[in-house]
Design a protein around this ligand. Structure first.
Ligand SMILES: Cc1cc2nc3c(=O)[nH]c(=O)nc-3n(C[C@H](O)[C@H](O)[C@H](O)COP(=O)(O)OP(=O)(O)OC[C@H]3O[C@@H](n4cnc5c(N)ncnc54)[C@H](O)[C@@H]3O)c2cc1C
Ligand code: SF4
Length: 323
């Protein structure tokens, strides 16, 4: 690990001032990803700017009937928050599918968005990796790439975004609130993470002088018919090979609106607008779900997630049977 400095931000304006003055510095929140990257010598910040004392740890109702989630709300608090459990259970379910209870106690909402890929080569500094060292090459393309991206890849990188929470946020059409030198802006979730193209070293469209202050959820939470399915090597403490977040709005057996996002298959959470269009206006039946699930590699997963959502199956990340 390199030597690094440590300072504390006194408020959001101070955090922005500090990061703008030292582009090699990094914010630290829960530290569950950044410290690992520093120990592996993948991240070498000049300084850690501690933001854990900023007042960004509340879940508040917004004027339009949605919710504003502070960037420092721990993942576990968020998943058990009464408003999230009641109105956005898809989000609660996705969060509980990730990591372990201890990690979720430390991990923050903002940090979860910015966690880096789990590509082994990215962590192995003895191998070429365009994300870690631009221009060095991609070891995964010809190497061990089980669990890498199948959608939106480039010849420079086939890494996936590892977050579970972000797949649900993509399906729910959340917004990311960020503050920089020019004030606060709102970024649609679909525009927050990037595809690798020829700059896989850049994961998101967050500017280097910006801090994430909150996530905004719109009023609609698909609380009656939702499902988050995570397919992985073990039932807990493993990243997704593929995950599927579904929200359905069903009235009289007909799907009025559908949301479907995939995780573990691309450099960003992957909204499947084509499948959503197939589902909208159609009866909530197995035939409809099979037509919508025509993506070869995720077909059975999509079919199962849609079936669980339509049946209103109670969601427990410990019990994956269709009831
Ligand atoms: C063993 C293990 C298993 C895991 N399994 C899963 C899993 O199955 N599913 C899953 O989704 N995740 C999993 N995780 C990842 C975990 O969810 C993330 O590490 C965590 O969410 C990161 O949050 P943090 O607050 O600790 O971020 P930190 O490590 O503090 O920061 C991460 C990055 O975000 C930046 N940052 C943090 N907050 C802000 C902010 N407000 N504004 C701007 N920049 C900011 C930091 O500078 C850093 O670059 C796992 C992690 C570990 C170690
Ligand atoms: S897939 Fe991306 S992160 Fe993995 S080795 Fe290739 S460039 Fe690096």
């Amino acid at each position: 690990m390199n030597n690094f400095g440590y300072t504390r931000a006194s408020d959001v304006a101070d955090a922005v001032r500090q990061i703008a003055a030292d582009p090699a510095a990094k914010f630290i929140a829960g530290g569950t990803n950044l410290i690992d990257l520093m120990k592996e010598n993948v991240a070498r910040p000049s300084r850690l700017i501690d933001i854990t004392h900023l007042p960004l740890n509340k879940v508040e109702e917004t004027k339009d009937g949605g919710l504003r989630i502070g960037a420092l709300v721990p993942n576990s608090d968020l998943s058990y928050h009464p408003q999230i459990e009641a109105r956005y259970p898809l989000l609660a379910s996705a969060i509980l599918a990730g990591a372990s209870q201890q990690l979720r106690n430390m991990a923050s909402t903002g940090g979860n968005l910015l966690q880096r890929t789990r590509c082994f080569y990215f962590y192995d500094t003895t191998t070429p990796c365009n994300k870690r060292e631009p221009g060095s090459g991609c070891s995964a393309i010809e190497g061990i790439n089980r669990g890498h991206a199948i959608l939106g890849t480039s010849k420079h990188c086939i890494a996936t975004h590892p977050s579970d929470m972000c797949v649900a946020l993509a399906a729910l059409e959340a917004c990311v609130l960020a503050t920089g030198k020019d004030g606060e802006r709102s970024i649609k979730f679909a525009d927050f993470h990037r595809l690798p193209d020829d700059t896989p070293n850049i994961d998101t469209n967050l500017r280097s002088d910006e801090i994430i202050t909150a996530i905004k959820l719109p009023p609609k939470g698909f609380a009656a018919n939702y499902s988050y399915l995570k397919i992985r090597d073990r039932l807990s403490y493993a990243f997704a090979l593929v995950s599927i977040a579904v929200g359905l709005d069903i009235a009289d057996g007909t799907i009025k609106e559908a949301r479907l996002a995939l995780g573990g298959v691309a450099h960003k959470p992957w909204r499947n607008h084509e499948a959503e269009a197939q589902l909208s206006g159609a009866p909530a039946t197995r035939e409809t779900f099979m037509r919508a699930a025509e993506i070869e590699l995720a077909r059975r997963g999509i079919l199962r997630t849609l079936t669980q959502a339509a049946r209103g199956t109670p969601q427990s990340q410990a019990d994956k049977r269709i009831k």
